[in-house]
Design a protein around this ligand. Structure first.
Ligand code: CP
Length: 310
């Protein structure tokens, strides 16, 4: 079994069979991570460059650990301290890095479409680690893995993505991935943060968080992306929290069985209270732990995929 593509640029149009293969492979790697020696020789001799043009804690460390657990050589590139500051173009930077015999590139960039561009200027396998407000496919895959692990299935579940949908790359990757896996996907947030016409993708829209909590099995709560707001999309964060923030009282009143996810980083007291962020409804740190296994699966499946394999 192999993936249908040489690269992972997003989840739009990715077949269910690819997602299932990644989830099954990740489950196997998760067992490796529970062993005293958390390492396999699967990608020995392969070199992976983590090309991060934007800040990251979880994704970057998770990829680096996944590469090391697979025995690949992992190299980290940060834009600060690089020759980008001397005016070198993105294309020249990539071509110079590739000249040093690289097999795979993991890329995070503030501009949507950079991973796709990379596939045109580089020969390496490319994995999108988040591009602008476009997609963050590995985050969505680890979210889906974590839901399946906790609830035993994804098919038929009601899953609501809450918050700043319009500025989120996690939101659309989740919509595509969850729909491919047979979930009923909805979004909830202020109308200024819901992209117009999103209903055309088969997504239900809520503007009432209490209803969203009551009618869904899972809430995937997104960070308010203040750094991406060109203008105010709500009066202030206190007001946002009042109308859309998750509190223990709200959950207890509407649906104490709801499962809460958050991709991180959390704005405590904005998207959710600390009581929710650290409480029994959530699996936020399990998501982070699962991220390593899911990224190992993707690196393995792409790194061992033969050219022109169908
Ligand atoms: N979830 C996520 O992408 O977090 P980082 O920005 O810390 O990588």
């Amino acid at each position: 079994m192999s993936l249908s593509s040489n690269h992972l640029l997003g989840l739009r149009g990715v077949p269910r069979s690819d997602i299932e293969l990644i989830l099954e492979t990740a489950a196997t790697f998760k067992q490796v991570l529970d062993r005293p020696i958390k390492k396999v020789p699967t990608l020995q001799g392969k070199t992976v460059v983590n090309l991060f043009y934007e800040p990251s804690t979880r994704t970057r460390i998770s990829f680096e650990l996944a590469e090391k657990r697979l025995s690949a050589d992992a190299v980290n590139f940060s834009v600060s301290g690089s020759s980008v500051g001397k005016g070198e173009t993105f294309r020249d930077t990539v071509r110079n890095i590739e000249a040093m015999k690289v097999d795979m590139i993991v890329v995070r960039h503030a501009s949507a479409g950079v991973p796709l561009y990379l596939t045109r200027v580089a020969k390496s396998r490319v994995i999108n680690a988040g591009d602008g407000t476009h997609e963050h496919p590995t985050q969505a895959l680890l979210d889906i893995f974590s839901i399946k692990e906790k609830l035993g299935r994804v098919e038929g579940l009601n899953v609501c993505i809450v918050g700043d949908i319009a500025h989120s790359r996690v939101a659309f990757s989740n919509v595509y991935g969850l729909q491919a896996m047979g979930a009923n996907v909805s979004v909830c947030g202020p109308s200024t943060m819901i992209p117009r016409g999103i209903e055309r993708t088969g997504v239900k829209v809520y503007h009432d968080i209490d209803r969203a909590i009551a009618e869904n099995d899972v809430l995937n709560v997104l960070r308010i992306q203040l750094e991406r707001h060109a203008r105010g999309y709500f009066p202030n964060v206190r007001e946002y929290h009042r109308y859309f923030g998750l509190t223990e009282e709200r959950i207890e009143k509407n649906n104490p069985n709801v499962l809460i996810l958050h991709p991180g980083p959390i704005n405590r007291g904005v998207e959710m209270t600390s009581g929710v962020a650290d409480g029994d409804y959530q699996i936020i740190l399990q998501q982070v732990a699962n991220g390593v296994a899911v990224r190992m699966a993707i690196l393995y499946l792409l790194g061992t995929r033969k050219e022109n394999e169908q």
